[in-house]
Design a protein around this ligand. Structure first.
Ligand code: ADP
Length: 161
């Protein structure tokens, strides 16, 4: 049984994330989306909010579970019995960082391998950071996040549209 973990901040979850979740869930038997609590990054959405938004938008995928974690990813993967890490690659700028992280995780836990899915072209520019930046100025984010999430992102910036 192939169990994979897709870790990230997901603050907030974007259509780019959802695309990676849908595509990787077809490759493995079980996919755990792991939300990094990471309070140091001062997230816009709490870990609980991020877990429940991802559950909401992946409810059509029966082999996808969503949890929050803290600490070393390699340890958490081990704890839940996953030996594949899924990451998305958008541009060459992602590559250097992702390569280093993948090699580190493999060094920390040799049972773990990382697989990369390249972004679908229409989401190549998209990130949680870009979404927050545009939303903070009241810009249109309807192409960035699931439509049910749009107003929830604006409300974090006290913006009504
Ligand atoms: P992190 O804080 O760990 O970078 P993110 O939530 O920003 O977490 O991203 C989680 C994963 O999703 C990363 O592998 C990232 O490269 C990938 N990802 C983010 N946005 C996209 C996108 N638009 N297309 C493909 N992969 C993406």
């Amino acid at each position: 049984m192939k169990k994979a973990i897709y870790p990230g901040s997901f603050d907030p979850m974007t259509l780019g994330h959802l695309d990676i979740i849908e595509r990787s869930s077809r490759i493995v038997d079980e996919l755990n989306v792991a939300v990094l609590k990471n309070n140091a990054k001062n997230p816009l959405f709490s870990a609980d909010e991020r877990v429940s938004m991802i559950k909401e938008f992946t409810s059509h995928l029966p082999n996808v579970t969503v949890t929050a974690y803290d600490g070393l990813l390699a340890d958490y993967a081990d704890q839940i019995g996953a030996n594949i890490i899924v990451r998305g690659l958008r541009a060459v700028t992602d590559f250097e960082y992702e390569l280093q992280i993948a090699q580190t995780n493999h060094a920390v836990n040799p049972k773990i391998d990382t697989i990369f899915l390249t972004t679908s072209l229409q989401y190549a520019y998209l990130s949680s950071t870009i979404t927050k930046e545009v939303a903070s100025y009241g810009g249109d984010i309807s192409k960035f996040v699931p439509k049910e999430l749009v107003d929830r992102v604006y409300s974090k910036f006290n913006i009504k549209r």
